[in-house]
Design a protein around this ligand. Sequence first.
Ligand code: FES
Length: 650
Amino acid sequence: PNDALVLFMPSGRRGRFPLGTPVLDAARSLGVYIESVCGGRGICGRCQIQVAEGQFPKHGITSSAGHLSDFSETEARYVAKRGALEPERRLSCQALILGDLVVDVPQDVQINRQLVRKRAETRAIERDPATRLCYVEVDEPDMEKPLGDTDRLLAALARDWRLERPQIDFDLIPRVQEVLRAGDWNVTAAVHDDGAGPEVVALWPGLHNMACGLAVDIGSTTIACHLSSMLSGRILASAGAPNPQIRFGEDLMSRVSYVMMNPDGREALTRAVREAIGVLVDKVAREAGIAADDIVEAVFVGNPIMHHLFLGIDPTELGGAPFALAVSAALHFRAREIGLAVNPGARVYTLPCIAGHVGADAAAATLAEGPQKGDEITLLVDVGTNAEIVLGSRERLVAASSPTGPAFEGAEISCGQRAAPGAIERVRIDPATLEPKVKVIGDDLWSDDPDFGRVVQDLGVTGVCGSGIIEAIGEMFLAGIVDEDGVIDGALAARSDRIVPHGRTFAYVLWRADPARGTPELRILQTDVRAVQLAKAALYAGVRLLMDRLGIDSVDRIKLAGAFGNYIDPKYAMLIGLVPDCAIEKVAGVGNAAGTGARMALLNRGHRREIEALVRRIEKVETALEPRFQEHFVAAMAFPNKVHAFPNLA
Ligand code: FES
């Protein structure tokens, strides 16, 4: 035969190709993404592949490195100039198909030595980035054909990269001549195309083999920033920092009030968050050993108020019904328009907001967790000071938010604190003796271990974090210390000195003061139990409204997103009725789903179209306007619930 079967892994795409076809071309025609900066000239080394040797009976292929053409002169030159290829690797733009092949597309093509650093890799994201690097050799000027340098650059890009009518960022034009000459007419252009046609957004002399992108999740408490290579998709560095807007107001509404009360309030909040992001960008760039100029794209997500303040939009309208967003659609703009210290031409993309209180972060989490992809009814909850809730399946998706307040983040709880080393995160209470044992963040020992003194010495026992509060109250309920209505039973004081009077109510002593080691006493007060009841009832009522909307009485799967969602033990979440009844093994924390969704949008423009289309069809439910909210809320104040059954708890 004069053609051969080629199967690409891990995508599994396959096709037949005439012998002599470069592997890169075969991959392209199948839509398999292989990076290429030099456009097949054999100089960038980005297009590496590896041949899997052996018989693949399932696919009817015998694959061997011998089914590729020999090392070309260009490859030999690449190796001589840029260092050896890893064993068995080839440049797919040079290696020609000579027989059946199973081709592995490695996820980890490393060009810059300093980047070869292992880090916990999160999920692999199929790539189709909006911004790509394109190396071109531009024709030198010719007096006979007086075409401008920029025009010849664009013509070369159109010719070599088959770009249709490429444009160039106006601000780059004054630099084109200098860069072309510095690179001796060879330059690398970062070309952005997210549907509106290709545009050169950055330019470097010669072959430039580095392009990075940022994915930033602006939480009201924490800002998380990931730097990824746009060429390999890998995370090169991550950093997080508290959102400095906290000093203007702990929760979202108090920040909105700050803006309303202070003439320069909006500017101050915008400046604070942008500055904090600037510090994080600097940090990740430094850690990855790249220049800020190498960052050519950024994606931001956040709840509507964070989103608006970051963009410099007054969020006042979001403070009351009808909760009008200034803009809900996805946005495209340039980094320099918001003063982001990356490549000035870098493009910024923000995901669409779902509704007045359900933001781009919930959209990103939905993109990452894909409740719309299955037949199961999935409940996706991002538990923050404002819980964002998405519920549904392939058929229908509904979304709402619920004002849970900061109790789950450890605020408004007398002994509460943010999740940090030394905070109690796990609690067990012996129902016979009412004696507790605890575990703190930063160590695996329980407090009944004889060596726990060392933990107290090293970390202290400083307070109780959100997941610790949930467990403490869940265990108090199991041990009968609090009843169904959340009342601490003072009669137990006769049985245990852990129950103590506190004002006109009672409290439970979770941790006794240790003056020798300077740790304070930590009590769960009646008011703390109340605060958790209010927060969990708000969340549950929001979920229940969405269930009403879908006309369902149970959910098949529950995904808890966000830091709190990730650490909370699903059993206790259900025990106190924070989430509806569900098979316990189907309830799980899914980590920073919003951050993952932001990375997906960064690395694949197809994901952007996917979430834009999805957000248009998500049905929004405004909890504040639903008459049944109050009814659900009241029933949900009880542990686990006054009205709804929890058969899975039995
Ligand atoms: Fe650049 Fe193959 S595409 S080396």
